[in-house]
Design a protein around this ligand. Structure first.
Ligand SMILES: [Zn+2]
Length: 204
C-alpha cells in the first residue's frame, strides 16, 4: 500500500477554497461533516472497476473544491459518491446501488443486509428461496439458479415498450402455480425499453 498524505488531511486542507458547488453559507460545516463521516472501502466488489492503490472514498464531493478529487486520485484513492454506493456487510467491499447504464444490474442482493455476489457464491440457496412464488419479484443478479437445483421452465419472455413485449409475470405465475411449486423468476437482460426474463422451478 502506498504511503503518503491521508485523505482526511487532503480534504481538510482543501477547505481553504470555495467548493465546486457551494450551497448556502454553511458549506464548510457540511464539508467538515463529510470528512468526519467519510467512509472507506478496501476494494470494489462491482465488476468493471479498477482497483485503486489505496482505499475507495465515499462522500458528497459537491462540498469540496473540484480539484481535490483529482489530488486524491493522484494520491491513489478511488473516488465515489456516497449516495450511489454501499458496502458489502460481509466483506466490506464497495457496491454500486444506482444504475450507471440502462443495462446495469446490481452485483449484490439484500439478504438481511447488503451482500455481494462473491460472498453469496455457492451459498445463495436460502436467498433464492426468499424470491420464490412471487411474480412481483425476480432474481436480478448474476446467480445461476441451475447451480442450486432449479430447472428452467421457459426463457425469452419479454416485457416492455415494443409491440408484442407483453409477457406478464402475474399471468405466467397463475398458469404455472397449480402444476409447479417453488417458482422463481429471473431477469436475464434489461435495456432502456424492455426486460427479458425466464421462469424456473425447484423440483423439491
Ligand atoms: Zn462481500
Amino acid at each position: 500500500m502506498k504511503t503518503g498524505l491521508s485523505a482526511e488531511y487532503i480534504l481538510r486542507k482543501s477547505l481553504c477554497r470555495e467548493p465546486h458547488y457551494a450551497s448556502g453559507e454553511d458549506w464548510k460545516q457540511r464539508a467538515e461533516g463529510e470528512i468526519d463521516n467519510l467512509s472507506y472501502a478496501h476494494a470494489y466488489a462491482e465488476p468493471g472497476y479498477t482497483q485503486p492503490e489505496r482505499e475507495i472514498l465515499f462522500a458528497n464531493w459537491n462540498y469540496f473544491p473540484c480539484r481535490v478529487t483529482d489530488i486524491l486520485k493522484r494520491a491513489g484513492y478511488g473516488i465515489e459518491w456516497s449516495d450511489e454506493w454501499t458496502m458489502c456487510d460481509d466483506c466490506g467491499k464497495a457496491l454500486r446501488t444506482s444504475p450507471d447504464s440502462y443495462s446495469w444490474q446490481p452485483s449484490h442482493v439484500y439478504f438481511g443486509g447488503d451482500v455481494c455476489l462473491e460472498c453469496l457464491k455457492g451459498d445463495a440457496g436460502d436467498y433464492l428461496e426468499t424470491l420464490e412464488d412471487n411474480p412481483r419479484t425476480a432474481l436480478n443478479t448474476d446467480i445461476d439458479p441451475a447451480e442450486y437445483g432449479y430447472i428452467r421452465l421457459q426463457d425469452k419472455f419479454e416485457n416492455g415498450f415494443h409491440q408484442g413485449q407483453t409477457d406478464d409475470p402475474k399471468k405466467i405465475y397463475a398458469s404455472l402455480k397449480d402444476k409447479y411449486s417453488r417458482i422463481l423468476f429471473k431477469i436475464d437482460e434489461v435495456s432502456q425499453f424492455y426486460t427479458v426474463f425466464s421462469v424456473w422451478h425447484h423440483p423439491e
